[in-house]
Design a protein around this ligand. Structure first.
Ligand code: RM4
Ligand code: MN
Ligand code: MN
Length: 433
């Protein structure tokens, strides 16, 4: 494989040198401030360093709307180039060592070669994602009217086989989870028999579940609309929870933040799934209206914090069956995807660290004493603390960039990729259009 441009560790160190003095100053100030609250800043730095979130392979390409896609320059043209970009993100922010693949968009010709390519960049593979929401060239049965729940058994079988194929590819790559999101649903009242489609879903999923290796988990992803605009088969967390229970102990419910109606109390859904021992993990993104796939923390940062508040509480209280997988699932239409993913990675660590700042004993006391104002102000105190110096120190100590976006821009990475990756006629980056 030809040598491709990479950001050098020495370049990162050089850039860090410029920002180091002010960072030390801010860190010192925050250390003192937190000490007054009896908080050990070093403990928070360790938590920031340990935080992990997977990057979606499809997120490094430019997304699009249903009207158009405006491709960016130097876009990755295949899975290897996608991994190069994921490796760059990881190098700079350090919290993103895993990649979540979408099959067949990322189907490898040689899984061992792909695995080696990834591990040479410190990357591993998180959950696999099947794709039965679009037809692939040469496919025998169409998914236009559904996949795992299609009325025609042969179409369902084809969709089941595709999911099993994903698991097998994932095994070769070292993945340990399989995410199933289907686009099945109806656009019009009467189009689908609600109970029958759910029965078919379960029947298909039981076959996929049976093919799951023992040390794997299956993630069920719900979504209340789109591409179906009237009804979807796995429309909400209740349906997802029912299916996960029906399927067995290896099945869990995945929460994609954008898959709920506006104003739904997602943190409470998270708490419920934790309580029932069925939280799979997340597809993090942000939204104003629907499945907008905007950058994490860009629209409702307080909601993100409240979700992490539940997660940290579960972690500290050792909730049983609690081992959430964190993944980003965003579509970048007007930004450089690498920058957006880096920023989102940072925002998640921020919310995680802020949630660790919540004074849990004081919160419990306020709850027991029926003091809502005090309870809210405890949360607000954590949420309004600027933990940026903690995040920057954590990145620097683990070899990343104090300012990932500045460093990325200064490196000229995108320009270099534009030269290395001329648009191949007829080859578009596969992904959401
Ligand atoms: C869906 C869902 C899936 C993602 C696809 C591309 O809305 O969020 O997780 O894989 O989009
Ligand atoms: Mn998703
Ligand atoms: Mn989505």
């Amino acid at each position: 494989m030809a040598t491709h441009f990479e950001i050098d560790n020495s370049f990162i160190a050089e850039q860090n040198e410029k920002a180091h003095a002010w960072l030390e100053e801010d860190y010192e100030h925050l250390t003192k401030k937190l000490r007054r609250q009896n908080v050990d800043i070093e403990d928070l730095v360790k938590r920031a360093e340990a935080f992990r979130v997977a990057v979606p392979s499809w997120g490094v390409g430019t997304g699009g709307t249903r009207f158009a896609r405006f491709p960016g320059t130097g876009e990755p043209r295949d899975i290897y180039e996608k991994l190069e970009d994921c490796g760059t993100i990881f190098k700079l922010v350090r919290s993103t060592p895993a990649v979540s693949l979408h099959i067949p968009w990322d189907k490898p010709d040689d899984a061992t070669q792909l695995r080696d390519f990834a591990s040479a960049r410190g990357l591993s593979f998180d959950a696999m994602n099947s794709n039965t929401f679009q037809d692939q060239p040469g496919q025998e049965h169409s998914y236009k009217f559904g996949s795992l729940t299609h009325p025609d058994k042969a179409t369902r079988d084809q969709a089941v086989a595709h999911n099993i194929d994903c698991i097998q590819i994932g095994q070769a790559l070292g993945s340990k989870a399989h995410t199933v999101w289907i686009g099945d649903g109806g656009n019009f009242p009467g189009q689908q028999h609600f109970r029958r489609t759910l029965e078919r879903y379960l029947e298909s999923m039981r076959e996929i579940y049976a093919a799951l290796p023992n040390d794997w988990r299956m993630f069920i992803e719900h979504k209340f609309y789109e591409p179906a605009f009237y009804s979807t088969v796995i429309n909400d967390w209740g349906t997802s929870y029912y299916c996960a229970r029906e399927l067995g102990p290896k099945a869990f419910c995945l929460v994609d933040l954008g898959h709920h109606a506006p104003n739904v109390n997602i943190e409470m859904i998270v708490a419920r799934l934790i309580q029932f021992g069925k939280l799979a993990g997340f597809h993090f993104n942000d939204s104003k209206y629907g499945d907008d796939d905007l950058d994490s923390g860009s629209i409702k940062p307080f909601q993100l914090f409240l979700i992490f508040n539940e997660l940290v509480e579960a972690e500290l209280s050792h909730a049983p069956n609690f081992s959430p997988a964190y993944m980003l699932d965003q579509s970048h239409n007007v930004t450089d995807p690498i920058e957006s993913l880096m920023m989102s990675g940072v925002e998640l660590v921020r919310a995680h660290v802020q949630a660790h700042l919540v004074d849990r004993d004081a919160l419990t006391e306020a709850q027991e004493k029926c003091d809502p104002l005090q309870a809210l102000s405890i949360l607000k105190q954590a949420f309004t603390t600027d933990v940026s110096p903690i995040l920057a120190i954590a990145r620097e100590r683990s070899g990343g960039a104090i300012d990932p976006i500045d460093t990325y821009r200064a490196s000229g990475y995108r320009q270099r990729k534009a030269e290395e990756r001329p648009v191949r006629k007829g080859v578009a980056a596969s992904g959401i259009v």
